[in-house]
Design a protein around this ligand. Structure first.
Ligand SMILES: Cc1cc2nc3c(=O)[nH]c(=O)nc-3n(C[C@H](O)[C@H](O)[C@H](O)COP(=O)(O)O)c2cc1C
Length: 195
């Protein structure tokens, strides 16, 4: 992770959690097959409702099959920096339960858990990872011929963090700043809900 960035929480969080941020600047360094396999394996071991494991990951590497199509589906404001990263991953959630075809209410929840584990493992390896909701799901669905039973939820931009100075002027400061967080007392209630 970039050394210019201050640590985030004042509390002694696990270093992986405290170091993580969503980079836009990526270095030239490629992701090895072993590194890629390890972050995907981390996702595989996430918990899920009824152990359905509704997550699916469509992985593309720059210069290989599908990468141009997935990149083209990103909103231009994301594509402008995401094109420097060596790996893009389309995150999918299976909408129905394999056991009975009923709606899986927790499918997106469980995909989120899996991507959180993927994120932690990637951070532990010194990688940078930026999750995007800003992409055209319909275009990606068509490009990859994805059945209606799968929701196209987000795209992971994966690589190693690079020099912020390579970014367009308006994104440099954003890259170096901490993203704000709500205080715990706005998010957590003990015994009664005060939202
Ligand atoms: C589901 C999801 C969708 C997101 N979509 C975008 C996006 O389209 N473009 C973008 O620049 N960042 C996107 N982000 C990144 C968030 O803006 C970022 O996580 C948030 O500002 C907190 O910053 P941090 O991750 O550096 O702590 C997304 C994050 C998530 C989890």
């Amino acid at each position: 992770m970039s050394e210019e960035r201050p640590r985030r929480s004042e509390l002694p969080l696990h270093p992986v959690l405290n170091a993580r941020y969503s980079p836009r600047a990526f270095s030239e360094r490629d992701v090895t097959d072993a590194e890629l396999n390890l972050v995907l394996e981390a996702a595989r071991w996430a918990p899920s409702s009824m152990n359905e494991q509704p997550w699916r990951f469509l992985v593309t590497r720059r210069g290989s099959t599908g990468h141009a199509e997935l990149l083209a589906s990103l909103n231009p404001s994301n594509r402008i920096w995401a094109d420097k990263a060596p790996v893009l991953i389309l995150n999918l959630a299976k909408r129905t339960l394999s056991r009975n075809g009923m709606e899986n209410f927790h499918a997106r929840h469980d995909l989120g858990l899996a991507t959180a584990q993927l994120t932690a493992q990637a951070t532990a390896l010194g990688m940078g990872l930026h999750i995007l909701g800003g992409f055209q799901a319909d275009a990606a669905r068509e490009a990859f011929n994805i059945p209606v039973d799968f929701d196209l939820v987000s795209v992971i931009v994966l690589g190693f963090p690079g020099d912020a100075q390579q970014l367009p002027e308006n994104l440099i400061q954003r890259e170096l700043q901490q993203s704000p967080r709500r205080p715990l007392n706005e998010l957590v209630f003990f015994g009664e809900f005060k939202g």
